[in-house]
Design a protein around this ligand. Structure first.
Ligand code: FES
Length: 106
């Protein structure tokens, strides 16, 4: 995946500070202040959480902070809506299983 660096109507993207963060133990890069979900999407990450009862995958759906399909565990805190939460240097982002960062043994 790639980013839109120059848009025909919105123009050129202004310079931003690159930051590093961790996604499920993997180091990744993104831009400070962009939604966490954007940095993940650029890296090809589509699944943000699994539902508690049926273990179905969920990812960005509304992208405006309404549906909670994009929630993840961020810096140890569950239920963070990644589509509206700005990315910061050193964030630890983890896939959410039910309300936790680790999948429970069945
Ligand atoms: S995608 Fe709906 S709240 Fe984030």
């Amino acid at each position: 995946m790639s980013r839109i660096e120059e848009h025909p109507i919105l123009g050129k993207t202004e310079e931003r500070k690159e930051v590093t963060f961790t996604y499920d133990g993997r180091k990744m890069k993104g831009y400070e202040g962009e939604p966490i979900a954007t940095a993940l999407r650029v890296a090809g990450v589509m699944i943000h959480r699994y539902t508690k009862k049926r273990h179905e995958p969920r990812g960005v759906f509304c992208a405006i902070g309404r549906c909670t399909d994009c929630v993840m565990v961020v810096d140890g805190k569950p239920n963070i809506r990644t589509c509206i939460t700005p990315l910061e240097e050193g964030m630890i982002v983890e896939t959410q299983y039910g309300a936790k960062a680790k999948e429970e043994a069945k």
